[in-house]
Design a binder for this molecule. Structure first.
Ligand code: AOF
Ligand code: ZN
Length: 340
């Protein structure tokens, strides 16, 4: 039987293969490696997006009939159990005579889940827990959509070392340096939408475009979304965004996120201000926090967040630190809600 080290190597390879597929659209990125019983790679496959074969079927198709008998399939996502645009991968693996399946992440899909049970029922050895964190990270936006029916939400702010997001007079440009700003623009381009409140839209007159360091537009632009009831002036920069801004007058943030998901948006970037950011935090709708921390002091200016429903220490929102990166003279802290 293929040993743990060759299984882990194959999962690393399957993760690489998965990234060849599209990171947008309704389907996840999935990769698969088929190993002979002694651990030699026999075939590789990956998913190329909705309507095309799944990774397991893509890999099996590269083998002559009978060649997968007794083999191990290493796949980044639990093989599916449904007939959608393609047949169930669990059945394709069983029919090919696969003896063992190792997958990294369970499929939470309403219709597709249950592949592991189906494989076990057919006598296939099924294991999980290999590179699960990396595989989860790769498809985190798709997993949030499958579990919660909404896009993955990133909340970003920049603050001074004393935790201020603006000076006492409200001015906030610029706290961080060029490397941190370039990082924000790259992340804007990778998001489907950028959301701001009308307070920020009126006070800062942001363009909400994703730009390179010469000010040119990056090839993909997020949909600008403005939440609140106040109208923007005709001359606002946002009115010149290449995509017509979406105006959302209500406080119904889950409704807004559902609407964005229905438009095919998988990642949303919340850029403030403090009222909107606090509302997302209070509603438990933030999946990832990006805090750009600049070595400067603003004493007395406003904070990044206001009321998030925490009044006593026992109610604090504990986060997990996922990464610390230095960007020029600034730090980027990436944090996620602590698992419950
Ligand atoms: C797998 N392997 O490579 C992928 C899976 O509409 P369909 O038929 O393409 O099914 C899409 C669902 O199948 C998707 O929501 C997810 O649950 C699963 N994706 N499963 O076994 C794959 N891409
Ligand atoms: Zn499948």
């Amino acid at each position: 039987m293929a040993e743990a080290a060759s299984i882990e190597n194959a999962m690393h390879r399957a993760l690489d293969l998965a990234t060849r597929g599209p990171a947008t659209g309704v389907n996840p990125q999935v990769g698969c490696v088929i190993l002979s019983p002694d651990g030699t790679p026999l075939a590789e496959g990956w998913h190329r997006g909705a309507g095309t074969p799944h990774a397991e079927v893509d890999a099996l198709a590269k083998l002559p009939a009978g060649a997968a008998r007794g083999a191990t399939a290493v796949v980044t996502l639990e093989p599916c159990n449904h007939t959608g645009r393609t047949g169930p991968c669990a059945v394709a693996l069983i029919d090919a005579g696969i003896a063992r399946v190792v997958y990294a992440v369970a499929d939470p899909g309403e219709h597709s889940a249950g592949g592991a049970d189906r494989l076990r029922a057919a006598g296939v050895a099924v294991e999980t827990g290999v590179l699960t964190d990396a595989a989860t990270h790769l498809i985190e936006d798709w997993l949030v959509a499958a579990r919660l029916g909404r896009p993955f939400v990133t909340l970003k702010w920049a603050s001074s070392l004393d935790g201020r997001a603006a000076a006492a007079d409200g001015s906030s440009q610029w706290i961080t340096g060029p490397a941190a700003r370039a990082d924000v623009h790259r992340r804007r381009a990778a998001a489907g939408a950028i959301v701001v409140g009308t307070g920020t839209a009126l006070a800062d007159d942001p363009a909400l475009t994703a730009r390179d360091d010469t000010g040119g537009l990056l090839p993909t632009q997020p949909l600008p979304v403005v939440v609140g009831r106040r109208a923007l002036p005709a001359g606002a920069q946002l009115r010149r965004h290449p995509l017509a801004p979406l105006f959302h007058p209500g406080d119904d943030l889950p409704g807004l996120l559902r609407d964005l998901r229905e438009r095919g948006i998988r990642r949303v970037f919340i850029e403030g201000g403090p009222t909107l950011a606090s509302a997302f935090v209070a509603a438990g709708l933030v999946d990832e926090y990006l805090v750009y921390l600049a070595p400067t002091l603003l004493g007395g200016g406003r904070l990044a967040l206001g009321d998030i429903g925490v009044t006593t220490i026992g109610e604090q929102r504990r986060l997990q630190l996922a990464a610390v990166d230095r960007l020029g003279d600034d730090l980027l802290l990436t944090a996620r809600p602590a698992p419950k």
